[in-house]
Design a protein around this ligand. Structure first.
Ligand SMILES: *[C@@H]1O[C@H](CO)[C@@H](O)[C@H](O)[C@H]1NC(C)=O
Ligand SMILES: *[C@@H]1O[C@H](CO)[C@@H](O)[C@H](O)[C@H]1NC(C)=O
Ligand SMILES: *[C@@H]1O[C@H](CO)[C@@H](O)[C@H](O)[C@H]1NC(C)=O
Length: 380
């Protein structure tokens, strides 16, 4: 190949008079064709390569095992398995410990909640045949009148619908006093589920479109530093009770939509960014602090699971609290939205509004699997 390309031109002409003329012409044409093809191919490869490097995040978004692993992680937090909350193993005592579910919308929190109230009968004695109302369907008090699990199913939305980490800090103790009708020493253990942000975001849109729950924004308290977020700070995206005919475009375009980066916001200590008043620092600064805080809180929760990894989630929980579920967790196939079920357009729209959540999720996955490794090594 190299000799064909480097051959001086006069050589071609001289050789034309020889017997192999037909063949020679063919080779010459072939050579030019080759050069052209190689150039085209190289340019094409460059484009593909650059595209791949820049947009890898888009392509790999919904495949389960390779998500976001190559996204640059700003606000790095060192994770040391030896000093992890996992090593502070806790033998769950229903008269002392309280599991507090921080239920982030569309992360499979209801399924997880259902496991807690139905499948831990040896430790958490729930009677869920009461159906008190749609959410508060279980009575879970111990013989001493203590409530070992603070969750939508066992405590309703007493701190507002889907309370944030920040809401719970200020509301939980008082709420427990009301539910138990007494004050006592309690050991709170915050637990949550985290999900692929793109699946979660699109799932929240679908939820809005179904009109099943009309007013998440309007019934979420956003309590922070002793006051609720006002409408100047977090305006509504729609008039009336429901977001009528909401489509992806309007869902994404509304700047104040709390679905954007929801997991980061719900896990961060919002006091660190002056709550919901955005005027006191730049957006870049605010985002950085929120993400950092969400990561810190996440890694310091007594437990978090990943929606896409139900089996491992169960293993971690059982290890942490030294407790066994009566039923095994199963991954529902609709939980994992497949690559080909989301259009490029949807992916890009969702991605543009969930950049913090994507970094948070990447961090969560790395911590989660280090914990799983830790448990596996311990058992060997
Ligand atoms: C649950 O509560 C209902 C209604 O009070 C009662 O009839 C039932 O026996 C209870 N079940 C258990 C297992 O305690
Ligand atoms: C946000 O905080 C600033 C400074 O404290 C204050 O002047 C402003 O009124 C606040 N904005 C809202 C919407 O409360
Ligand atoms: C999910 O799994 C069930 C049972 O295995 C099957 O009937 C159903 O078609 C699957 N759904 C999807 C969307 O793959």
């Amino acid at each position: 190949m190299a000799s064909l390309i480097n051959r001086p031109d006069n050589l071609h002409i001289r050789h034309r008079n020889f017997t192999g003329l037909q063949k020679k012409v063919h080779i010459d044409n072939y050579t030019e064709m080759n050069r052209f093809m190689i150039t085209v191919l190289l340019v094409y490869l460059m484009i593909v390569l650059i595209g791949y490097i820049c947009f890898q995040e888009y392509f790999s978004i919904t495949t389960v095992h390779l998500q976001y692993d190559n996204i640059k992680d700003r606000g790095k937090i060192d994770f040391n398995p030896d000093e992890d909350v996992l090593t502070e193993k806790n033998d769950f005592n229903p008269d002392e410990d309280v599991l507090v579910i921080l239920h982030i919308q569309k992360t499979g929190g209801s399924v997880f909640n259902s496991h807690l109230v139905n499948d831990l009968s040896s430790k958490i004695p729930c009677n869920c045949s009461l159906k008190l109302n749609k959410y508060y369907r279980c009575k879970c008090f111990t013989g001493n009148g203590n409530l070992p699990v603070f969750s939508p199913y066992s405590a309703d939305w007493i701190c507002g619908v889907h309370p944030y980490w920040t809401d719970l800090q200020e509301c939980l103790e008082k709420a427990m006093d009301i539910l138990e009708q007494k004050h006592r020493q309690r050991k709170f253990h915050y637990i949550t589920m985290v999900r692929n942000p793109i699946s979660r975001y699109l799932s929240e849109l679908a939820h809005m479109q179904s009109h099943q729950f009309k007013t998440w924004r309007k019934v979420t308290r956003l309590l922070c530093n002793g006051k609720y977020a006002n409408q100047d700070e977090v305006p509504y995206c729609y008039q009336g009770d429901a977001w009528e005919n909401v489509d992806l475009q309007s869902f994404t375009n509304c700047e104040y939509n709390l679905a954007h980066n929801r997991q980061t916001r719900m896990l961060a200590d919002m006091k660190k960014v002056n709550c919901y008043n955005k005027t006191t620092m730049s957006e870049v600064e605010r985002n950085k602090i929120m993400l950092q805080s969400a990561k810190e809180n996440l890694v310091n929760l007594d437990f978090f699971g990943l929606t896409e990894y139900q089996k491992e989630t169960q293993i971690l929980f059982e290890h942490k609290f030294n407790i066994k579920f009566d039923q095994d967790f199963v991954l529902k196939n609709y939980t994992v939205i497949k690559q080909n079920e989301i259009s490029e357009f949807e992916k890009n729209m969702a991605l543009s509004r969930n950049k913090l959540d994507i970094q948070l999720y990447s961090f969560a996955k790395s911590v989660f699997f280090k914990r799983i490794d830790f448990i596996r090594n311990m058992k060997n």
